[in-house]
Design a protein around this ligand. Sequence first.
Ligand code: AMP
Length: 115
Amino acid sequence: MSETLFEQIIAREIPADIVYETDTTLAFRDINPRASTHVLVVPKTRYRNVAELAAADAGLLADVLNTAAKVAELEGVADKGYRVVFNTGEDAGQTVFHVHAHVLGGGPLGPEARG
Ligand code: AMP
């Protein structure tokens, strides 16, 4: 079995509402959305947080950000604006220790739409 929830989603061991996929990344809807568009983007290789990903594989971090931009286009929020959030560690409320970008949009984003 895969180690984290997101590895299980990547391995199709548990279902998710997948909106976009590349060779290196997967994008799926957050199960508890905080904005009308709330999609998570994960690299298929696991790093615990964005700092570890940036230090280990800058190209893969760029893939995650390019997928986030593609998701914003597909969701129709690219022109009006959107937020990309990487919660990192306990004080930020990170609950899944497989790095993920929250892509939030679809209307004015208040502080509650923090990912
Ligand atoms: P974070 O708090 O930044 O670690 O974000 C983890 C996110 O994963 C939260 O926004 C959860 O709502 C979301 N989440 C938890 N379980 C699932 C799931 N099975 N499918 C999609 N999103 C999930």
